[in-house]
Design a protein around this ligand. Structure first.
Ligand SMILES: [Zn+2]
Length: 593
């Protein structure tokens, strides 16, 4: 019989601790101390209470807990002396039937890991969906984490211990994150589509209007229809737009969504989570035959990342009337203009059609966006959801420095005009200048020496520059200093430079009433409330220009890594997010009814 929360809340302490037996490996004290926080309104609240107990316990007890765990596929597994919980987990991950080679490989990793860290490797082998990682995934993670710094790895082990406890709790309470599983599976299925060249490498890359991009749009369109949206279409820039109608034809609209394009070799959740979470809510409304006093318009934005063309936020920009007509003539790396790409994709490729996408803010209540955090904050705090206070201002440039290509052997160091060294110097300056602010960031993510040779001093160097800060003023001051330094560096080194601003976005503080709706939704789930700014740009910052907006972040695994195939989130966290979104819809329904 599964335990119920009421049962746990009402039980005398020894009995409550007994109910949670085996939650943390050989460490009943964690559950015992957490019981002081009863009554729990949700499993999420109980999980957070346990995480707080362990956080407060200090490093020594944390290490003891890590050391109370068995090695992965280690001696305890072989001699069958694992706890029932560990046996279940290790066998679900297929570790109990390793080949002799796999077994030997894991033993070597266990030995190396223990020698480096002094504690066993802890991995929630049941993975982000609870169904078990493959042996290949386990071994790859083991190898990767072997190189982590010691402090970081200790914290990562604790995070995995909480994840293990989360799954054990779900089992004990018979609680399946059903909505989270469904949304998680949708992401897997959409991730089949990837641009040519990347498919072979098993990497996810979906750039604007490629074959894979169009397949994504068609799939999203079908999935929206399956969820019960009343109207679904692909618009003139490739956005997938679904509307679930309100109670009356003239009902106002709630706008939501995010992007379905990706960076090169990106993650599965960036953008897509913000399309799928509201889709899951609509599916529920439809199943319950419930109509709200407003229509829900979910948009899968076609282009946000600016990978194939320098047209960042093209999808959401079309809705705010900020489509730049010059973009149509822009060429991709193969010389294909955007206009040609649009025509090839069956889009009208006319300015009239694109301009017609502009939304009338009078008809909208506002815009909300769910997004994976793409940073380490929530993961470090063991909190599944975070309410966004503001999206940072940003500005991007593409530049080139031209010096003099000359012989690497015969040109003395004091007579060189090395273009790459100038950009390298700029990168170091930008790094320390952004650090001065504390919360600004500066990145030179691209730095190339076109046609460079091992024996030639770089005559030309192209680069990108990305600057962000919480306010417009702080960003502008940062940009002013970095650009002034570039001029100084070039003068001193006798090189020339060009610089083109490719994107500028104002800071977008959340609308207070919308932010507070997210906060109410998060609190209703028993999830600890945490507010944070967004360091990344999002479609919400475009919509911000014409209507109130607020965002909700979902914790990412692997310390929140993003723009990377390791980007990951659990079906439990997604499930909470779907419930938070539904709660926001119901709040809005009550408020606007
Ligand atoms: Zn994104």
């Amino acid at each position: 019989m599964p335990i119920t929360l009421d049962q746990l809340n009402a039980a005398p302490l020894p009995e409550a601790v007994q109910l949670l037996d085996g939650l943390y490996e050989h460490s009943p004290w964690i559950a015992e101390l957490a019981m002081a926080k009863r009554p729990f309104v949700s499993l999420a609240a109980l999980k957070h209470a346990c995480a707080q107990v362990l956080h407060a316990a200090g490093s020594e007890l944390q290490l003891a807990l890590i050391r109370a765990h068995p090695e992965l596929a280690g001696k305890a597994m072989v001699s069958q002396t694992l706890t029932a919980e560990s046996t279940n987990e290790q066998s679900k991950a297929g570790l109990t039937n390793c080949t002799p080679e796999e077994f030997a490989h894991i033993q070597r990793l266990n030995t190396d890991y223990n020698a480096r860290f002094g504690f066993p490797f802890i991995l929630a082998v049941r993975g982000p969906r609870g169904t078990g990682l493959s042996k290949a995934e386990i071994i790859a993670t083991f190898e990767r984490r072997l190189h982590n710094p010691v402090d970081f790895e200790q914290a990562e082990c604790l995070r995995h211990i909480h994840r293990i406890a989360e799954i054990r709790l779900n089992d004990k309470f018979g609680a399946e994150p059903i909505l989270g599983h469904a949304v998680w599976d949708w992401h897997e299925s959409l991730a089949q589509h990837t641009d040519p060249g990347y498919a072979e490498l098993g990497q996810l890359t979906v750039t604007y209007l490629t074959e894979a991009h169009r397949s994504c749009a068609v799939q999203l369109q079908q999935q929206m229809l399956d969820c019960g949206f009343d109207e679904v279409h692909i618009d003139a820039v490739g956005n997938v737009v679904g509307r679930y109608l309100g109670t009356t034809p003239d009902a106002p609209n709630l706008l939501t969504g995010s992007h379905y394009d990706t960076v090169r070799n990106g993650g599965k959740y960036d953008g897509r989570l913000g399309i799928y979470v509201p889709m899951a809510c609509v599916k529920q409304l439809q199943a319950a035959r419930q109509r709200l006093p407003f229509s829900i318009e979910v948009v899968g934005f076609a282009e946000e990342e600016g990978q194939r063309y320098k047209a960042t936020f093209l999808g959401s920009g079309a809705l705010t009337g900020h489509f730049n007509p010059a973009w149509l003539e822009q060429q991709d790396a193969d010389g294909v203009t955007m206009r040609e790409a649009m025509l090839h994709a069956g889009l009208p490729a006319t300015l009239e059609a694109i301009q017609a996408l502009q939304r009338d803010p009078q008809k909208y209540l506002g815009f909300v966006e769910v997004h994976i955090e793409q940073g380490p904050v929530l993961n470090e705090l063991d909190i599944p959801l975070g309410v966004v206070t503001s999206i940072n201002a940003s500005v991007r440039y593409l530049g080139a420095v031209t010096g003099m290509a000359c012989h690497a052997g015969t040109t003395p160091m004091d007579r060189r005009r090395d273009a790459a060294c100038a950009v390298a110097e700029l990168a170091l300056y930008a790094e320390q200048r952004a650090r001065q602010d504390g919360d600004s960031v500066a990145t030179i993510g691209m730095l190339q020496v076109p046609n460079g040779s091992i024996n030639v001093v770089p005559g030309r160097c192209t680069f990108s520059l990305d600057l962000r800060a919480p306010s417009d003023a702080q960003r502008d001051a940062l940009a002013r200093d970095v650009l002034a330094e570039l001029t100084k560096i070039c003068e001193r080194r006798g090189v020339r430079h060009t610089l083109e601003e490719t994107m500028r976005a104002a800071a977008a503080p959340s609308a207070p009433e919308w932010q507070s709706r997210w906060e109410t939704a998060v609190k209703s789930l028993g999830v600890a409330l945490y507010r944070l700014p967004s360091g990344a740009g999002h479609d919400a910052m475009k919509l911000h220009e014409i209507m109130p907006q607020a965002m909700l972040f979902v914790r990412g695994q692997n310390s929140g890594i993003s723009h990377n195939p390791l980007e990951s989130t659990t079906s439990d966290d997604i499930d909470l997010c779907v419930h938070a979104f539904s709660h926001l819809l119901q709040q809005l329904a009550t408020g606007t009814a």
